[in-house]
Design a protein around this ligand. Sequence first.
Ligand code: HXC
Length: 516
Amino acid sequence: MTREEQTAAFRQRRAEMMLGGGLDRVQAQHQRGKLTARERIDLLVDSGSFIEQQAYITGRTQDFGMADRRSAGDGVVTGSARIGERQVFLFAQDFTVLGGSLGEMHAERIAQVQELALKTGSPFIQINDSGGARIQEGVLSLDGYGKIFRNNSLASGVIPQFSIILGPCAGGAVYSPAITDFVFMVDGVSNMYITGPDVIRTVTGEEITHEELGGAAAHCGKSGVAHFRFANEQACMEAVRRLLSYLPANNMELPPLVDCGDPADRETPGLVSLIPEDDKKAYDIKDLISEVFDRDSFIEVQPDYAQTVVVGFARLAGRAVGIFANQPKVFAAAINIDSSDKAARFLRFCDAFNIPIVSLADVPGFLPGVEQEHGGIIRHGAKILYAIAEATVPKISLIVRKAYGGAYICMASKALGYDRVLAYPTAQIAVMGAEGAANIIFRKEISAAEDPETRRREKIEEFRRSVMDPYTSAGYGFVDDIIDPAQTRIELIRSVEMNIRKREDRPRKKHGNIPL
Ligand code: HXC
């Protein structure tokens, strides 16, 4: 071959490679309402920044007619790219090649970029669209999954890892996304399940569609497996880029400081009237969040799941923080099994990646009930205590209204490790609410009174004034300052800044044993 012929052959081969499984399969992918692996990468990363790794890999298995099948890249595209200021490593499974199924060399490509991400301290993003373990390759595929799961686990807490589910993700394949930090899903495109509707029909007789079983609504609202849900792939990729901009590249770095365009000395007078005078009345904690933190900076994590707590990232004077808040609008903010899991996992992510924690407390306690007790609220609730106690990042708490019992300890206890605790003048801090407390400790006095109901009300008020008010806790040093709600933004910014250089060691150990 002449040099010209070689170059032409190279170009032809390259062009074919870019088409993955070929034009027909690309069209079929589009007809399903899905983008191809390369189109997805283009949508996600900065234009022209993608560098492909091991581009010419093909499968080695020859059995079952595999030698004759088109296997560009062995069904996955891997490499590195820039997203904003940041280098990332990534892969996108290519459903047009053997259904994106995972064989030996497919896994080899993925494992290599995972290892490069870890060595270079770069975030890792995986786009899943796959029929699962490549059936023709048997145990080689299972070995490949093993490598990937191991790398996901080793990278956990070292680099941020995101999973974007944009197609089927079935069987054991779901466990790689489950190990990563955040799972993104798109309505009508993403599916995750251990066994699909057919197997379920055979085993249990239940009838269910793919979407109902493992779609974005199921995992973002019911199972808690996924964190973010979108209407289309474009909106999903935009959200991935945005979330990444709040995070450090790895656990040795601090989150980027940005110019937020929202003054640090902005007062928040609207908060004076936000909290209802009647302490049983609901309000939306997200109104407080949007008033206090940098304008439009809040990214809520798992907004549709376990809504008695609200968690997410926001900025305070341009600095990323993690918000852990009670939501009085939902079940009076009582913490339950699912909200414990949601909060603890979020708090541990913040701690791993040097993101200060800001807790906003308005909580009557843990949710009572047989279902909760037998479901293990003790074990699950303990995760929050554990996560706060082990976190070494700055931990700031604001007691907005109620902080009772064990839930007070989760949200605002200096003994557990909060560095600075603030409270509104109307905050109530106690073992339990005034009514319950007065009924127990003044029971005899109330029943002996001429007018028990009036005496009961007097005792409740007395308890509220003398025991629950924030000055009592401040007198013990458990509250550092009682603040004017109009100063909330200013005070929180000052509180985070004064603790930002915090260094705290823990006893040496292999790792803790969080109650899972
Ligand atoms: C090999 C596969 C494959 C697989 C799909 N294909 N899955 N090839 N191994 N696991 C191939 C198909 O044969 C087909 O090739 C092409 O990909 C496209 O698949 P279709 O079925 O035509 O697409 P669609 O109708 O959209 O259905 C997609 C699907 C279905 C729902 C994913 O293909 C399916 O159910 N696949 C099997 C899923 C599965 O059971 N995987 C194993 C899970 S267990 P041709 O050439 O005919 O077009 C597992 C264990 C992991 O993964 C354990 C890890 C610890």
